[in-house]
Design a protein around this ligand. Structure first.
Ligand code: HEC
Ligand code: HEC
Length: 246
């Protein structure tokens, strides 16, 4: 292991211990009210206007790979989301929001700070690096009991206008790609967005989904997790390894 990686891993282990405590205590707190979904400004705007350095992006990504894995695929059971293939602007926004505490992520927070990865340039670099990673062809899917036909109808009626007909999102508007994402992660986010716990969420989405029941959520998210990825976006197999990490 390179010296730099060794230092990063040490910082990682220490912060895991600390963030474990933060996480436990934040569970009892009510999530604060929305602080605005996309005000821009600050690090987000700065990072959006910088030219990314992909080599440094890979260097920064080493820290992230401890949880999101070298391939950027996260974990199938959904604790860690897939990042690979996400739009650069979405990643920049989420990172800036997490750093500004406008989105709760106590597990990741210490690793996303300027002290661990650097300033806006690091955000621009790592986001550009992540965007070009091939996606996991074997994402976590919903339960067999889900009604996919009903899910599809709910999707067409409530989601297509923002997340696109195949879940591709819309980079220009900061709408995330959701196809290929793990079911459990999406279900958790969807519920948090519906219930106002994800403070950086788009208020129009909150409005759109406020009447969704538990079963509606299961059906629509199961459908989203089953949408096939366009050819070329996914890695050739689920055993593919990121060659940058040789
Ligand atoms: C200690 C584990 C950990 C590390 C290290 C980590 N993350 Fe995360 N990250 C998470 C978890 C957990 C979530 C999902 C939180 C949730 O469920 O809301 C997440 C979510 C994200 C999201 C939001 C994804 C989405 O679809 O909205 C982005 C972007 C992200 N991480 C990028 C990074 C980057 C870049 C790094 C490295 C600088 C990094 N993460 C390091 C645990 C980690
Ligand atoms: C008005 C536009 C809009 C509509 C309608 C909408 N969304 Fe979203 N959705 C968003 C935006 C914007 C975000 C990211 C919010 C942020 O930046 O925090 C998001 C986030 C999500 C996420 C979390 C993604 C992640 O990577 O963390 C999921 C899952 C999701 N939406 C699913 C759905 C589904 C399913 C529907 C339909 C039932 C829907 N959305 C309807 C705009 C919309």
């Amino acid at each position: 292991m390179k010296l730099k990686s060794a230092i990063k891993m040490l910082a990682f282990t220490t912060a895991i211990a600390v963030s474990g405590l933060t996480f436990a205590s934040s569970q009892s707190d009510e999530h604060a009210k929305a602080a605005g979904w996309n005000k821009g400004g600050g690090e987000q705007d700065a990072a959006l206007h910088l030219t990314p350095d992909l080599e440094n992006g890979l260097d920064v990504y080493e820290v992230c790979s401890a949880c999101h894995l070298p391939e950027g695929w996260g974990t199938k059971e959904g604790t860690f989301p897939q990042l690979a293939g996400q739009h650069k602007k979405v990643i920049i926004k989420q990172l800036a929001d997490i750093r500004a505490l406008n989105r709760d992520n106590p597990t990741m927070y210490p690793f996303a700070l300027p002290e661990s990865i650097g300033d806006e340039q690091a955000i621009a670099d790592v986001s550009a690096y992540i965007q070009k990673l091939l996606m996991n062809p074997d994402n976590g899917k919903g339960p067999a009991t889900a009604d996919l036909a009903k899910g599809k109808k709910l999707y067409v009626d409530n989601c297509v206008k923002c997340h696109g007909d195949i879940g591709q999102g819309d980079e220009a508007k900061f709408y995330p790609r959701i196809s290929g994402q793990h079911y459990n992660y999406m279900l958790r986010q969807f519920e948090w967005i519906r219930d106002g716990k994800r403070r950086n969420a788009n208020p129009d989405m909150v409005d759109q989904i406020k009447g969704f029941t538990q079963q509606d959520m299961v059906d629509v998210i199961s459908y989203v997790s089953s949408i096939p990825l366009p050819e070329g976006d996914a890695a050739p197999s689920k055993d593919w390894l990121n060659p940058d990490f040789d």
